[in-house]
Design a protein around this ligand. Structure first.
Ligand SMILES: Nc1ncnc2c1ncn2[C@@H]1O[C@H](COP(=O)(O)OP(=O)(O)O)[C@@H](O)[C@H]1O
Ligand SMILES: [Mg+2]
Length: 366
């Protein structure tokens, strides 16, 4: 779930930058780990810039597995967002797409009541025509459109992905009234799409990483949330909430909330611990599930990292102390854990990506 209004803090620079991009038709690419605040930021900026002459379309393509599932989502989101009345949606679809039979269906998602189904298929609708849709609508209506696509890394996972990427890029690059904001969380997958010179999306737009919200921004935020609830928290304890979860946006909020619930008047070390326990209890089922399918070598590599090793896994002492198997197995081991988002590779070596996972793993799996 994304946050808005009072629950949103900081991000002044990123907000400004994205807002300028949206207003000036500059494409944006936004990358960060999960739960850092991409969706919240994009929705905030959407709210800031939207006007009768600038429409922002938001869609999440996490569930799209194939090219045409993506096109279906793309076209229906564009038509829904640019139709002012529900009754006009079907007409609009027919006006801009050849031979479709639009249906308005009750949405399976809880956030919207209904959705538009177009039944696009390769025989009747070619990819270029569909991808051109926002530009056609923008020209016809004399407006500007920004298309925001959440979890865009899915495109890289589709069968025949390179061809799809080429097609998309070749159509979108001619758009003058439509710009794109592409964002996603599987960092290594997103980077793969946008970093490689050889790939179609190379230099597609203004690319930036969402940094963590710094502690000095979180502290007054946490203190004020406590105040609103008629409670108090000291600066050092508010700081401890941040450092415990390494400033991960979602976890700062979750931990702060759990400490608040445990606190009657003023937060203490004791209510902090209770809040942390409650938070761990909430995330544990997911961690249990995620680790259930790991091989013992994979678990052992995580154990090594938890014990403070970040490089030199191939050294005899490390390989045998943690039973990591043969040296030649290491690259595969590493890749499997990176692909499944357990670890990140940085200049200083391998690190676990989730700070709560580290706490949980240390308690339960060492
Ligand atoms: N700017 C922010 N201020 C306060 N909390 C935030 C902010 N951005 C994100 N969060 C917290 O992090 C959670 C995850 O944010 P979300 O936007 O869904 O991240 P992402 O899209 O990167 O996975 C939110 O539900 C909220 O609790
Ligand atoms: Mg998101």
């Amino acid at each position: 779930m994304s946050v808005e209004g009072d629950l949103f803090t900081d991000r002044e620079l990123e907000t400004k930058r994205l807002q300028l991009n949206f207003e000036n038709g500059v494409n944006s690419i936004l990358i960060s780990p999960r739960r850092m605040g991409k969706t919240s930021l994009v929705k905030k900026v959407k709210g800031l810039v939207e006007s009768p002459s600038l429409k922002v379309v938001y869609m999440d393509i996490y569930k799209c597995r194939t090219e045409y599932e993506f096109y279906e989502k793309f076209a229906s989101a564009v038509i829904q967002a640019t139709s002012t009345k529900m009754e006009r949606m079907a007409e609009n679809a027919k006006e801009f797409l050849m031979g479709v039979s639009p249906k308005i269906v009750f949405s399976p998602e809880p956030t919207t009541e209904f959705s538009l189904s177009l039944g696009l298929n390769p025989r009747a609708n070619n990819a270029e025509e569909i991808l051109d849709l926002p530009e056609k609508i923008a020209r016809k209506r004399g407006i500007q459109i920004v298309v925001c696509i959440d979890e865009f890394q899915q495109i890289g996972e589709m069968p025949d992905s390179l061809t799809i990427q080429k097609t998309i890029r070749s159509v979108w690059q001619h758009h003058q009234h439509t710009s794109y904001c592409l964002f996603g969380s599987k960092q290594h997958l997103m980077s793969k799409l946008f970093y490689s010179r050889k790939l179609p999306f190379y230099q597609f737009g203004d690319m930036f990483f969402l940094r963590k919200i710094p502690t000095d921004k979180w502290i007054p935020f946490i203190i004020s949330r406590f105040e609103v609830a008629g409670r108090k928290i000291s600066v050092p304890l508010a700081e401890k909430i941040c450092t415990t979860v390494e400033n991960y946006s979602a976890y700062v909020q979750q931990l702060a909330w759990n400490v608040l619930i445990a606190t009657e008047t003023e937060a203490t070390e004791q209510t902090f611990i209770e809040g942390l326990e409650a938070t761990l209890a909430q995330v544990a089922p997911l961690f249990v599930e995620q680790t259930a399918n790991l091989s013992s070598y994979q678990l052992n590599l995580i154990r090594a990292i938890c014990s403070g090793y970040h490089t030199d896994f191939g050294k005899q002492e490390v390989t045998s102390r943690f039973a990591l198997g043969t040296r030649s197995n290491l690259p595969k081991l590493k890749k499997a854990l990176i692909d499944r988002e357990f670890i990140d590779e940085t200049e200083s070596g391998l690190f676990l990506s989730d700070p709560l996972f580290v706490i949980w793993f240390n308690k339960n799996m060492m």
